[in-house]
Design a protein around this ligand. Structure first.
Ligand SMILES: Cc1ncc(C[n+]2csc(CCOP(=O)(O)OP(=O)(O)O)c2C)c(N)n1
Ligand SMILES: [Mg+2]
Length: 892
């Protein structure tokens, strides 16, 4: 085609397009948007029938979702809000700069909040409700790295002192400081949700929103206007936890949930999607998942150009530039922008010929424009039927000057130089003289200034300050003994597994007239594994829509019953979801004043090992409740093999300070813990949670011996005293979990075949013994010459005689961790190494934790003490049928 023909064709197309658009305008004016929509659908169908398939697109054009004509009026005083925001910006910057001037390398982030200031300030002034009219409250997950902004605002509100600001990241300084990120453990009156491990905020927010609905549908929470807000970084969305649960939110129609994703196009090292477009990518993902997506890309300065863009040239240009290029465009001069953005087409250049380079340079992005942000929030808050996500385009390090704005090094920047500080000060109008600027002093206007009055008044209108954490629930009345009674008397000959005991105990608690309704069983698709299916029928599985089908097993007693007021939270196959739900339920006493008591029952191997970071976050935010690791024990879970057999989790529970961990053997031990821990968590309101491993091997449950309660709770008690009072050889065996039975068998063999008087002790919690031993040791180190404290282990064992042997279904590090407080050397047996698909007997032989290996270890101890000869031990090896040359399960 020659050039003139081509031009003619293009001209023809432009004309044709205009005619169609004019017709569509006519329909829009006369028939409204719905009529226009129907017409477009018909056109699409017509086109498809004629053989052309419209290319699939999950995205909309690279424009704001809300056109300027549909924006609501901005209800606030824009100028005052701008000044307040500047004050917050300044103090946030100053606190990080001052901290780093004082202490080189102390860290902190200035660029995250700088890019998100408008997103937060509009929310603080108009949306975040500390209390809703019906008595509910908004729960806000603040982006961890933006915390300097939250502190700076709280400082202006008068909730944080200058001294505290001064001590940002110096929590141990005199007068107290501020923690780097949101940590309720460290600032229990302020922060509610730890978010700084990326991805944990978004998934927790989703389950928080679902749990709120659960409470409402079950009649435990009587107000429902509160929203859950989650502020997320665009880079953070790469974490699987960030997006992994978004379909749950739409399936459950969680219109009480709003994500705000700050799309500053950068993460730590560089662009999030240099060669792509993160906003479009996220739009496709969230739209596909059924969310209400609101894009806030362009600020008001762009409105006029967009309105004039009748032929779609501008929006096409906006859409064809990748994020890496945008990053460059937005830090360059107006001249550069004109040339490189509009310069691609003379018609685009013409659109901006009335604007100076300076004006072009100042054209703001949507995420920095309060009018656009307000419109998006309002649309999200008013939206019903699905969760909303706001994708706001911003510049990382906004306002930080040449070296701090939109550069790849921006994230790591802790300081700006004097010149930049001066520019920042002037740009945001902070009244600090040049000569005082160098140290970046804090600045808080007087109480009666318009700014401070305004921000206080706005918060008053919205129900108070935020974030604010406090215990909102009353102390629970002590739970009646009734539920626990039967577990103390044993099961006679009847063999039951500890899993069955725990499930029966949960069932009894569910029936308790007082606390029954507060029990929240949470299961990630494993109820049948643990024999919990009886609960399906008993209390129902929670479903926000009830049960819209006839269950296939309706004619059975234990059918799969879903109900709107169902009590069980059946999560499907997601341990991350389960633990997030556990956190929501376990923080409900603080968040909502409702004393829910979660029991999260899961496959023990897929708990602390798989979702350890969420467990850590649960501890940080003082969640209460029971984590129950089912099918536990490396050799007790037969058949399943390497990936399933858990010999680790009791050790993995060690580092979480407020997590109590127990590995019980008997029903009465379980009942003792559960009773005591409910008292501590909900009656005394201690900030604890609890991990228990339960097994699927059955045995006859003995009655509770006299006087062992204290020992059970502290971690150790004597279960069996030898009757052989005249024996010369003596041993003390320590068993736990299912391996307790092997220790008891070993005691029989030692007494009958080797004349060793053997006591057997139950170690219910290595962790508690370790905690206590360390506490004593520490005190003793710090108090020389004073009466030294005695660890509980020592106090119990010092008057015993004989060799010491411990065996558990977990790694040897557990018994070894307490052996230094024992009166004599300990021989530790355990299950270090990868599991195998095998029977219990074969596994216990392989890992050397069965009765015969316990016997051998005991004899070895006696040999080391010089009480027996090597030949006797050699003979025992043969008699016991042990292969001395067998493979080492821990070898690599
Ligand atoms: C699980 C986890 N991995 C890594 C980090 C370290 N980290 C802190 S901030 C950051 C970049 C954040 O980028 P983005 O989410 O886009 O937030 P922005 O600061 O740009 O708003 C990284 C990698 C972390 N905090 N958590
Ligand atoms: Mg980012």
């Amino acid at each position: 085609m020659n050039p003139s023909d081509h031009r003619e064709q293009v001209g023809q197309e432009v004309l044709e397009t205009r005619e169609w658009l004019d017709s569509l305008d006519y329909v829009l004016e006369n028939g409204g948007t719905e009529r226009a929509g129907r017409l477009l659908q018909q056109l699409e169908l017509h086109t498809a029938r004629s053989g052309y398939r419209l290319p699939f697109s999950a995205t909309t054009p690279y424009e704001n979702t809300i056109p300027s004509a549909e924006q609501p009026p901005f209800p606030g005083d824009q100028e005052l809000e701008r000044r307040i925001k500047s004050l917050v910006r300044w103090n946030a910057l100053a606190m990080v700069m001052r901290a780093n001037k004082r202490e080189q390398g102390i860290g902190g982030h200035i660029s995250t909040y700088a890019s998100a200031a408008t997103l937060y300030e509009v929310a603080f002034n108009h949306f975040f409700r500390a209390q809703t009219p019906d008595g509910d409250r908004d729960l806000v997950f603040f982006q961890g790295h933006a915390s300097p902004g939250m502190y700076a605002r709280a400082f202006l509100e008068g909730r944080i002192t200058e001294k505290q600001l001064e001590n940002f990241r110096r929590e141990l300084a005199e007068g107290g400081g501020l923690s780097s990120y949101p940590h309720p453990w460290l600032m229990k009156d302020f922060w509610e949700f730890p978010t700084v491990s990326m991805g944990l905020g978004p998934i927790q927010a989703i389950y928080q929103a679902r749990f709120n609905r659960y409470l409402e549908n079950r009649g435990l929470k009587h107000c429902n206007q509160g929203k859950v807000w989650a502020f997320v970084g665009d880079g953070e969305t790469d974490e699987p936890e960030s997006l992994g649960a978004i379909t749950l939110a739409s399936r459950e129609k969680l219109d009480n949930l709003i994500f705000v994703i700050n799309c500053n196009l950068q993460r730590l090292d560089g662009p999030v999607r240099g060669n792509g477009k993160i906003i479009q990518e996220l739009e496709a993902i969230f739209r596909g998942a059924g969310w209400n997506v609101i894009k806030v890309i362009w600020g008001t300065d762009w409105d006029q150009l967009i309105q004039q863009d009748r032929d779609g040239l501008l929006v096409k240009r906006m859409g064809e530039i990748c994020d890496g290029q945008y990053q460059k465009l937005f830090i360059e001069s107006g001249t550069y922008f004109r040339q490189n953005f509009f310069g691609s087409d003379p018609r685009l250049l013409k659109m901006v010929e009335h604007l100076s380079d300076e004006q072009i340079e100042k054209m703001r992005l949507g995420g920095h424009d309060p009018i656009k942000v307000y419109a998006a929030y309002k649309a999200a808050v008013d939206h019903t039927g699905s969760p909303s996500v706001i994708l706001a385009k911003t510049i990382k390090g906004y306002g930080l000057g040449e070296s701090g704005e939109g550069r790849n090094i921006t994230h790591q920047q802790k300081k700006i130089n004097d010149e930049e500080l001066m520019a920042f000060r002037s740009r945001f109008g902070i009244p600090i003289e040049d000569e005082n600027l160098h140290d970046a002093p804090f600045y808080r206007p007087a109480h009666d200034t318009a700014e401070i009055q305004y921000m206080r008044e706005r918060r008053k209108q919205l129900g108070g300050y935020l974030p604010e954490r406090k215990m909102r629930a009353p102390k629970l009345e002590p739970v009646s003994e009734e539920a626990f009674k039967e577990f103390f008397s044993g099961t006679g000959d009847h063999q039951v597994a500890t899993t069955m005991v725990l499930v029966r105990l949960i069932a009894k608690l569910l029936r308790d007239p007082k606390i029954g309704k507060l029990i929240v069983p949470i299961i990630p698709d494993e109820a049948r594994t643990f024999g919990m299916e009886a609960l399906f029928r008993m209390v129902g599985i929670y479903s926000s829509v009830g049960q819209n089908y006839e269950p296939v097993d309706m004619d059975t007693l234990l059918y799969y019953k879903e109900a709107k007021d169902g009590q069980i939270l059946e999560e499907g196959i997601t341990e991350a979801g389960g633990i997030s739900e556990f956190i929501a339920a376990g923080t409900s006493p603080a968040n909502h004043g409702i004393n829910t008591i979660p029991f999260f029952v899961y496959y023990s191997m897929f708990g602390l090992q798989r979702v350890g970071d969420l467990v850590w976050a649960a501890g940080d935010q003082r969640a209460k409740g029971f984590l129950c690791g089912g099918t536990a024990g490396r050799t007790t879970l037969a058949g399943e093999g390497l990936q399933h057999q858990d010999g680790n989790s009791q050790l993995l529970a060690y580092p979480v300070p407020n997590l109590l961990a127990y590995d019980p053997s008997f029903a009465y031990e379980i009942a003792t813990f559960v009773q005591d821990v409910i008292r501590r968590m909900y009656v005394e309101q201690e900030d604890l949670f609890y991990y228990i491993t339960v097994m699927n091997e059955t045995w006859a449950q003995p009655p509770m011996p006299e006087g062992v309660r204290e020992g059970i709770l502290k971690g150790l008690y004597r279960f069996r005293s030898s009757k052989k009072t005249d024996a010369k050889l003596k041993a003390q065996l320590f068993g736990s979990g299912a391996i307790m039975l092997e220790a008891l068998k070993a005691a029989e063999i030692l007494e009958s075949n080797y004349k060793v008087a053997t006591d057997v002790w139950s170690i219910t919690s290595y962790k508690e013994l370790y905690r206590d031993g360390n506490a004593c040791e520490r005190w003793n180190i710090l108090h020389p010459g004073e009466k030294q404290r005695e660890p509980f282990v020592t106090s119990q064992l010092k008057s015993t005689e004989g060799v010491l042997v411990a065996a558990s279904d977990y790694v040897k590090a557990l018994p070894e961790s307490i052996s230094r407080w024992m009166p004599r050397p300990l021989i530790a047996l355990g299950t270090d190494g990868y599991g195998r698909s095998e029977s219990r007997a074969a596994l216990r032989d392989f890992f050397e934790v069965d009765a015969k290996h316990i016997v051998l270890a005991t004899l070895t101890g006696l040999l080391r003490e010089g009480k027996i000869k090597a030949a006797e031990v050699k003979k025992a090896i043969t008699d016991l049928g042990i292969n001395s040359e067998k493979a080492d399960p821990f070898a690599v």
